[in-house]
Design a protein around this ligand. Sequence first.
Ligand SMILES: [Zn+2]
Ligand SMILES: [Zn+2]
Length: 352
Amino acid sequence: MTRDLFQEGGPYNIRKTGQSSYSMEVRIPPDEHGRTGRECPQDECAPGYFKVKNGTGITEGQTFAYCPYCRFEAEPSDFTSEEQLNYAKKILAREAGIAIGKIFKDSLGFGSTGKKKIGGSFLSVEMSYKEGQPRHVHVPFEEEVLRTVVCPRCGLDHAVFGLAVWCSDCGEDIFMEHVKAEYEVIRVMLADIDRRRNDLGPRIAARDLENCLEDTVSIFEAVLKAMLTRYLKESGETEENIQKLFSARIRNGFQSPKRSMAIIKNRTQAELFEGFLEDKIEFLASTFDKRHPITHNLGVMDKKYLASAIEAEREGREVRITKEEIEEAIKLSIEALSGLHSRMFCNQTTHE
Ligand SMILES: [Zn+2]
Ligand SMILES: [Zn+2]
């Protein structure tokens, strides 16, 4: 007697695909936000891990997916993580175990009671069959990925680590969407400062402002670093030389708008502040500069800071930072970085 190992259908949509082959669908459970982890198949890709929300982006006939970090192109199923693959294998093993148990029970003639009596009137043996408890399969561990963005071109809702470049579904360059999303976080914090001043006092509000300025500068620096790295890599520069350039030459140069302008011009021939009026660049530079007394002295005025503050006051400069100044600095930063991004990368096609 031959019988099928699996019954078709069921929660895993089992289908018989050949004499002794079956297909089975194991859905990877999404996180609490409805996103599922994905992993770049390229071993050397870092960070390589990201998440996508099922049902957004390209929902039909998707033949290729892309890594947001390195733009590696492969079938969507190739982006399954090791952890998820193990999960699917465990589910499969569990289902097979249940199915084999059933066949075993049926072929030996155990009824629904799981008991069977053999023998005659002189000797009889009673056997019983007890099915093992199917093992619980733990859902795969997923990383917490906080940077979320929706692709403006295909609508894919996804989350990445750091500053990614490519949309995982349509493969378009959406770097500036990630950058804008980063600045948006600061805007939201700035918008909440008045409430926090009322609820928690001026000291907390002052620290909030300092942190927002610090973040504004950090994003500017990280974005320029990411853009120059990409530019140099695409020009054939080695990873090692790029690292060396940043650690030995550029160092914290991208924390200063004017030095950034010179570095970018020198390395790429592109203009960071194309079409900017001089006073806008000055404004950005002096706003960024206001973080030095803050970060270097942890907000505590030392003699040197006091001297420079007095001097600034004498010259009519304001040393304190305001919410409006940070908002303006964010606006100018996005304008400069978007312009530079299109000058540096938009001439190239994103499709091979
Ligand atoms: Zn990758
Ligand atoms: Zn897209």
